[in-house]
Design a protein around this ligand. Structure first.
Ligand code: SDX
Length: 431
């Protein structure tokens, strides 16, 4: 294979180095393109553009491979936990026992938010979406961390990162309780990470929520499966903000906003809304799929939870969640007709040339909402759950950017297509 590519332009030949990744993926290094040719590259929505070289997550979209720091997602889902996987993603290796204990101790140490934060919650209307509250409150929480405003310090970073992972859970639970007019429930030191989240979400002041083992295991798996995913929209947003040397909490708050969109993390909520619409219209899914294929008007119906920019095969996370979905519902004695509709939709779509030709397969969001619904997570909290799960990935990517000695601010170029030079005209002679 060539280690350079040749570009012919205006009678000149430019040699572009080829960068090769651990798994053999290749990139044309165009960092000298503008200096050498005066041209920039153009790749709207960055479908063919690598913004960085990263050592955190590897995805092979054609083979449906996902690895965190080289470890297959299937093995982590089987043997690990969210907290252990968070440590792996942030620090690059599975923790030794003493490292695991220190990390857990830090998560416990920082689980409670400053009492004055509660005044911020009072300001939100009960109709506020928890994602709006979460993004705002992550930035509000940063106001109580003076070391955030100082220059990056790897030692302090360990505590700041643990604080963010721990408090995003507390803020999310408080946001849920506030938007449902319920009193906040404080975390308890005796509970582990995911247990504490369920406690803060569903306990009452006079009685702790009784956590079903299947619910705890399912939610911890959902957090784990969402923990990172290479340069997706929200992680790229976090890296963009980090590149300006903004602090970790500001970068994570920006990531929450990017994740909220229905084309990204908001899809898990949109999948349930789609399945409910199909159910309410008495459709077996076939009419809905015909509407998707017709591409009605500018508000084209999409098969939410299907398709992916990188996976052109089954999302390995969807495969794991689908298998666990049946198990969890059976253990909880829940029969959700939406699961049958989802399976029928998947079966029909994966036989339909429209979807196969476009390589549209279920992604992580297609079944995750069904498990979350089964374990009692409210619909408007689905994307918040995604944000809690993705926090280790955002932190690890932030760390890569901020620790890069040669790191520069992310500043894409553009091609201007606006009006040519023209001049100011006084208002009394404008038409
Ligand atoms: C996540 O990037 C990540 O890693 C994200 C994520 C993560 O962990 O961070 O994996 C999480 O965001 C998963 C994706 C969740 N979103 C959805 O499920 C929303 C529905 N999916 C689509 O909107 C879409 O598939 C995207 C946004 C996920 C990907 O969009 P692309 O890569 O820009 O694909 P495209 O829009 O160019 O589609 C190519 C073709 C088009 O058809 P034609 O115009 O060529 O005829 O496929 C069609 C699209 O219309 N298409 C769909 C479709 N997705 C793409 N048609 C119907 N239903 C869909 N879901």
């Amino acid at each position: 294979m060539s280690d350079t590519a040749k570009l012919e332009l205006d009678g000149r030949t430019l040699e572009l180095p080829v960068i090769v990744g651990t798994e053999g993926e290749r990139a044309l290094d165009i960092r000298e393109l503008r200096n050498q040719t005066g041209c920039i590259s153009y790749d709207e929505s960055y479908g063919n553009t690598g913004s960085c070289q990263s050592a955190i997550t590897f995805i092979d979209g054609d083979k449906g491979i996902l690895r965190f720091r080289g470890i297959p997602i299937e093995e982590l889902a089987e043997y690990s936990s969210f907290v252990e996987t968070a440590y792996l993603i942030i620090y690059g290796h599975l923790p030794a026992q003493v490292q695991r204990q220190r990390f857990s101790a830090l998560l416990t140490e920082y689980q409670t938010i400053h009492e004055d934060m509660k005044f911020h919650f009072e300001g939100f209307p009960s109709s506020a979406h928890p994602m709006a509250i979460l993004s705002a409150m992550i930035n509000a929480a940063s106001c109580f961390i003076p070391e955030l405003t100082r220059n990056y310090d790897p030692v302090a970073f360990e505590r700041i990162a643990a604080r963010l992972i721990s408090q995003v859970r507390t803020l999310a639970a408080y946001a849920y309780r506030k938007s449902h007019g319920l009193p906040s429930i404080y975390p308890k030191r005796k509970y582990a990470y995911t247990q504490n989240f369920l406690h803060m979400m569903f306990s009452s002041p006079d009685e702790d929520y009784e956590i079903h083992p299947a619910v705890l295991k399912a939610l911890d798996l959902i957090f784990l499966l969402h923990a990172d995913h290479e340069q997706n929209c929200s992680t790229s947003t976090v890296r963009m903000v980090a590149s300006s040397r903004a602090n970790l909490f500001a970068s994570a708050a920006a990531g929450v906003c990017a994740l909220w969109g229905p084309l990204h993390g908001g899809a898990n909520q949109a999948v349930i809304e789609m399945l409910k619409e199909i159910q309410e219209t008495g459709d077996d899914g076939s009419r809905f799929l015909e509407k998707v294929k017709r591409k009605d008007g500018e508000h084209r119906a999409k098969l939410m939870g299907f398709g992916h920019r990188v996976y052109k095969s089954y999302d390995p996370r969807a495969r794991i969640i689908k298998a666990r979905c049946d198990e969890v519902l059976e253990q909880l004695g829940v029969h959700d007709p939406l699961v049958d509709i989802a399976k029928k939709l998947e079966e029909t779509a994966l036989r339909d040339p429209y979807f196969l030709e476009r390589k549209l397969y279920p992604n992580v969001d297609f079944y995750s909402g069904l498990i979350m619904q089964a374990i009692g997570i409210p619909l408007d909290m689905f994307t918040v759950i995604f944000a809690i799960g993705r926090m280790p990935g955002w932190i690890a990517n932030y760390k890569e950017v901020i620790e890069d000695p040669g790191g520069r601010i992310y500043r894409p170029r553009q091609i201007y297509q606006g009006r040519a030079l023209n001049h100011y005209t006084p208002s009394d002679i404008r038409c």
